[in-house]
Design a protein around this ligand. Structure first.
Ligand code: GAL
Length: 736
């Protein structure tokens, strides 16, 4: 019987007594509880080290190895979000297979002897398409996202219940003998709650109550939620959380997202976070009484298919301790493993004592945890960003590099310092022998006379038209030009201006590409404005608008727009400026090649492919296909797409994601000094190079021979320079 069943219609006084009783029963019987010091599992307070691995960002074949590497790295817990739009692609039609086999993933973690922190959300942010929301949710009548809206709450509750009941059936919660020790509802709602007024507050309280009512018998957290109501624990996210305090004295200090690096956006540089600073941030949190740290991400992985958020690259490497390909990112992985070992040696003192903090010099502090039973652990910190220090502590002297913490699990011997990192040779991409032999098929820009078009005397919002079934929407209209127009004789050209809410626009006039413009993560909107060649009579204007993932951060997702919202104008005519926005537009969702499934071996037979000297190069809207054999060995594989512009790649019918090496990274790639507060603008790499050049091809998607590789290129590229590469540790020359 659940506490709610017990409540029935009791009078108020009795209800209060009963609630106390229930709370007491919960505290005694639940196998995971907490107090101000830590989570308690099976009666034992624990210092827990956790790491995020998002199951759909790798293949099920990669999961056991990733989990094992996490365990070997000293993790106790694997944290993952649950990705609603992957699990409920259309209302009530659930999908929990392959990369979305949540139960299998959790069971693998359990088999490895680790715990799970399940962040159900179901809003997840996570640089994931639409923050994890299914796009159909936008079209539920009267809905308003992430606020006190009945249709939204009903859908959120239904999905959360679905996940919880699935896990209960599989006995995956701790009290049932399973690995799930912790859950999360919502995600970083606190910062936007204030803007929504009473509706925001009501929604946050409702979400907490709804989650607790699911009787999972494990604690729930709400990250960045200072008003999380009891018994929900509010937790910290960020690069540092040492000064974080939960909202009551009886909740433990928990850090749900310690960002191990940062994501890459197309057009942005690739961020790196130094291992020294990451380790420093963790030690600093623990020495301040922190008891749970999660690395976001421990393995970032890949945004396969069309699952990345707005302008987010296909790679979600994140500079995590395990790299995108599943290899150890050294020296980060090893450096953190050392840290975890040192922290674990301190665990008996950490869970029992509160720290005594003393200043032991300029910018120097000692945090000492000493128990009555004789356990003692000390953390010696040097906060100076420039100078090393020699600190005197007890009877010893300790050398502390700048911005570092030494850990002394017996209050005497420094077993670890956060700034002393081992060396590493790094990774390289080596081309595999053999070249691809390509065939090409160039599709014509769509025209209004085709099937599958519909018309409107208006410009349509893109997601409204596509429901995100494709990145692409064609906007087509006719432009009639009077033979008497002066520009026809003078040879001058009128100016076409197209205003779009984003994200990429290819302008075709009479079948010819007249230009391409695109936005960025910071500003997805764009304007095309250029002189265009028009002839007397009827001209065909075809605008191909493409989305690059739907935004994943913020509130009121139902109001966000993409596509050509206008105005669309033609300037320099006899009549002055002609506004085309309200005239008749024809629409077509998706590309022809998508409709024909050219990315599958059988679908590709439906068109004629060119080869040899007829191979299309630098042509927009071109599909390329080839086959290849799988190289021997087990080094991870990638495609080097350096010579290509933008599009999508499939291997054996599976999308490995969007490629866009044509988008060059801008940023500040300065020197990287680990000391001092980190932000994602520090330690950027690859400025002036493509934001993403290499694209992961999971080995488990390959057959030994005859793999079918298809590239859709929308800008124009030369496929003859695409190569298959292996990723492996650099070989160091003995003569170096
Ligand atoms: C957090 C968010 C995560 C992720 C992260 C940036 O604010 O909770 O889901 O988006 O930022 O990688």
């Amino acid at each position: 019987m659940s506490p709610r069943d017990l409540m029935g219609n009791l009078p108020r006084g009795k209800l209060v007594v009963l609630l106390f009783f229930c709370y007491w029963v919960f505290a005694v019987t639940a196998s995971v509880t907490y107090d101000r010091k830590a989570l308690t599992i099976d009666g034992k307070r624990r210092i827990l080290i956790s790491g995020s691995i998002h199951y759909p960002r790798s293949t099920p074949e990669m999961w056991p190895d990733l989990i094992q590497k996490a365990k070997d790295g000293g993790l106790d817990v694997i944290q993952t979000y649950v990705f609603w739009n992957g699990h409920e692609p259309s209302p009530g039609k659930y999908y929990f297979e392959d990369r979305f086999d949540l139960v299998k993933f959790i069971k693998l973690v359990q088999q490895a002897g680790l715990y799970v922190h399940l962040r159900i959300g179901p809003y997840v942010c996570a640089e994931w398409n639409f923050g994890g929301f299914p796009v159909w949710l936008k079209f539920v009548p009267g809905i308003s996202f992430r606020t006190d809206s009945e249709p939204f709450k009903a859908a959120m509750q239904k999905f959360t219940q679905k996940v919880v009941s699935m896990l209960k059936e599989e006995k995956l919660f701790e009290a049932q003998g399973g690995p799930v020790i912790l859950s999360q509802i919502e995600n970083e709602f606190g910062p936007i709650e204030g803007r929504l007024g009473a509706a925001g507050k009501n929604y946050a309280q409702w979400a907490a109550k709804m989650a607790v009512g699911l009787d999972t018998e494990v604690p729930w957290v709400m990250c960045k939620q200072p008003d999380a109501p009891d018994p929900v624990i509010d937790t910290c996210n960020g690069y540092y959380c040492d000064s974080f305090r939960p909202n009551t004295k009886y909740k433990p200090r928990m850090w749900t997202e310690n960002w191990t690096g940062w994501y890459t956006a197309f057009g942005g540089a690739i961020p790196r976070r130094p291992a020294e600073d990451l380790a420093f941030s963790v030690a600093r949190f623990i020495q301040n009484g922190g008891s749970f740290v999660n690395y976001y991400m421990y393995h970032g992985g890949t945004n396969f298919g069309r699952k990345s958020g707005l302008f987010i690259t296909t790679s979600y490497d994140y500079d995590a301790p395990i790299d995108e390909y599943g290899l150890l990112n050294e020296p980060k992985w090893g450096h953190l493993r050392g840290l975890h070992k040192a922290i674990k040696l301190c665990e008996p003192a950490l869970v029992s004592a509160d720290p005594t903090v003393t200043k032991i010099g300029m910018n120097l502090e000692a945090h000492v945890f000493k128990t009555d039973s004789g356990a003692c652990a000390a953390f010696l910190a040097n906060y100076d960003t420039k100078s090393a220090a020699r600190a005197t502590f007890g009877n010893g002297q300790y050398d502390l590099p700048p911005w570092s913490i030494s850990i002394l699990p017996d209050c005497k011997t420094a077993v670890y310092n956060t700034a002393k990192v081992g060396s590493s040779t790094g990774m390289e991409m080596t081309p595999v022998d053999g070249q691809f032999t390509w065939q090409s098929y160039t599709e014509e820009p769509a025209s209004s006379s085709e099937d599958d078009t519909f018309t409107k005397y208006a410009l349509l919002e893109q997601v409204y038209a596509t429901w995100d079934s494709s990145d692409y929407l064609w906007y087509m209209t006719d432009v009639n030009i009077d033979p008497d127009e002066a520009f026809i004789k003078s040879g001058e050209s009128p100016t076409l201006t197209v205003m779009s809410a984003g994200h990429v626009l290819h302008v075709f006039i009479n079948g010819q590409l007249a230009g391409t413009v695109y936005g960025s993560l910071q500003n997805p909107k764009l304007t095309f404005s250029d002189s265009v060649k028009l002839t007397a009579g009827n001209n065909k204007l075809s605008l191909l608008s493409a989305t690059v993932g739907l935004p994943n951060v913020g509130s009121h997702f139902e109001t966000w727009n993409a596509g050509v919202l206008g105005p669309v104008t033609l300037h320099g005519l006899k009549e002055g400026t002609r506004d085309l926005s309200q005239q008749k537009w024809s629409y077509k969702v998706g590309l022809k090649g998508e409709a024909l499934s050219l990315y599958t071996a059988s679908g590709s037979d439906s068109v004629e492919w060119a080869k040899g000297s007829l191979l299309a190069k630098k042509q927009p809207l071109t599909w390329y296909k080839t086959t290849f054999n799988t190289p021997e060995g087990d080094d991870p594989l990638a495609l080097d797409m350096i010579s290509m512009g933008k599009g999508q790649v499939w291997v054996n019918g599976q999308s490995i994601g969007r490629h866009w090496p044509g988008y060059i990274a801008s940023g500040r790639c300065n020197d990287c000094n680990y000391a001092g507060n980190y932000t994602e603008y520090k330690c950027q790499t690859y400025c002036g190079d493509p934001s993403q050049r290499w694209y992961h091809v999971p080995r488990s998607w390959l057959n030994p021979s005859g793999n079918f590789l298809v590239v859709l290129e929308e800008w124009g590229g030369d496929p003859t320079w695409i190569s298959l590469v292996k990723r492996a540790a650099k070989t160091v020359s003995v003569y170096a």
